[in-house]
Structures are given as C-alpha cells and as structure tokens.
Design a protein around this ligand. Structure first.
Ligand SMILES: Cc1cc2nc3c(=O)[nH]c(=O)nc-3n(C[C@H](O)[C@H](O)[C@H](O)COP(=O)(O)O)c2cc1C
Length: 205
C-alpha cells in the first residue's frame, strides 16, 4: 500500500488523499460544493487559453436515463467491456451528482485558422491540445472534490458509447472527455499501489 507522506502542505495532502471511489452513500452534495468544484476545474490551464470545456451537471431523471442508456448499450459489447460499462452504470446510479466534461472544439476551430499549418496536422495538434487541457480541468475537479471530503471516479469507459451519451446530454457537437460521479464514499479506499519512481524516471545529468 502506498503510504501517504506527511507534507504539512494541503495541496500535496489532497493529491495523496484522492483515490477512485465507485460506491457512494445517499448523502446529497451541496450545490455550493458543486460550484466550488466546477470553479476549480475552470481554473485549469488550457492551450491558447481557449478553455474549450463544458461541464454538465446531471441529477434526477437525466441521471436515471444515463444509467438506463449505459445498461442497455452494455449488452452490445463483449463481456470484458460490458462488465466495465455495467460497473460504470452502478457508480452513476449510486452517486447523487454526476458531472460530464465535454470538449467544444473551439480550440480546433480557432487554432487551425491561426497557425496556418497543414489541415490534418493542425486538427491532430489542436485536438490533442484540447483533450490535454480538459484533462487538466478534470484533474482539478477531482482534487477540489477530494479537498471538500467528496469522492469521485473518472469514468472513461463511456467513450465506447460517446455518441449516445453526448446526444442524451444535449451536446451532440461536443467531444466526450469524462463522466464523473461525485458523492460521499460508501467505503474509503487506499487505491492501488503506484509504481515506484525508480521505474519511471530517467535522469540525464
Ligand atoms: C482517463 C481515465 C479513464 C478512467 N476510466 C475509468 C472507468 O471507465 N471506470 C473506472 O472504474 N475507473 C476509471 N478510471 C479510474 C482508474 O481506474 C483509476 O484512476 C486507477 O485505477 C488508479 O486508481 P486511483 O484513481 O484510486 O489512484 C479512469 C481513470 C482515468 C484517468
């Protein structure tokens, strides 16, 4: 188990405290907390400062529709991926609030005009930049939630049914980034062991 070093530094402590949680209690998340979390997500760096993300807050009937969609589409996939889709639908059902993050493609449009490079290269470049920017926003969101005592999990598996998910959320032109259940952990988790730095760092001195 990865041990949490004591830093006496709230940011580092929050980073170490965040673990993916897939089951939640019934306790609702305060609207003010959701706003705090989304403001933190919105503070992320973004390529060309395009801030080309959108956050969709999902509760109630729309959440139930999302659970149904994921369950019904899961039957169309081979067992290994269908199991993950069903797991995701259980996490969505269990969390009081869900946030979906969608890319708007604003960076792709503006950047391609501005940079005057080959069209395919520009598309590849700006799409990657947009995904990376939104990933930074998602990480801000996860850490802000953790700092408020909330639990989250980044659900990427819904990418497999992204067109249906985006249509359900009224964002058919968007690009799927993440669906994030947010709530209070039913059970705390220490998360999986992280690989030791020695295996992943290369030094040139
Ligand atoms: C891009 C991305 C996609 C992910 N998709 C899923 C997913 O679909 N379902 C899931 O249960 N967890 C998903 N996760 C969470 C990972 O499984 C989790 O981060 C990893 O196991 C490490 O655990 P930790 O978050 O507790 O450190 C995803 C994480 C990332 C960054």
């Amino acid at each position: 188990m990865t041990t949490t070093p004591f830093f006496n530094n709230q940011t580092l402590e929050t980073i170490y405290k965040r673990h993916s949680i897939r089951n939640f209690t019934d306790k609702q998340v305060a609207e003010a907390d959701i706003r705090t979390i989304l403001n933190a997500a919105n503070m992320a760096p973004s390529a060309h400062n395009q801030q080309s993300w959108r956050f969709i807050v999902i509760k109630g009937e729309k959440k139930r529709e999302l659970v149904e969609l994921v369950n019904s589409k899961a039957t169309e996939f081979p067992k290994s991926s269908s199991v993950l889709l069903r797991m995701a639908s259980r996490s969505i059902a269990s969390a009081p609030t869900i946030v979906a993050v969608v890319n708007t493609a604003a960076l792709i449009k503006h950047g391609t005009k501005l940079f005057q490079i080959d069209r395919d290269q520009a598309f590849d470049f700006f799409r990657t930049m947009e995904i990376q920017s939104s990933a930074a926003a998602v990480q801000n969101l996860l850490l802000a939630a953790t700092s408020l005592g909330l639990a989250t999990v980044w659900l990427g598996i819904l990418f497999l049914i992204k067109d249906e998910v985006l249509t359900l959320l009224g964002e058919p032109q968007g690009e799927f980034m993440a669906v994030i259940p947010i709530g209070y952990a039913a059970k705390e988790s220490k998360g999986p062991e992280k690989r030791p730095l020695e295996l992943i760092i290369k030094h040139y001195t």
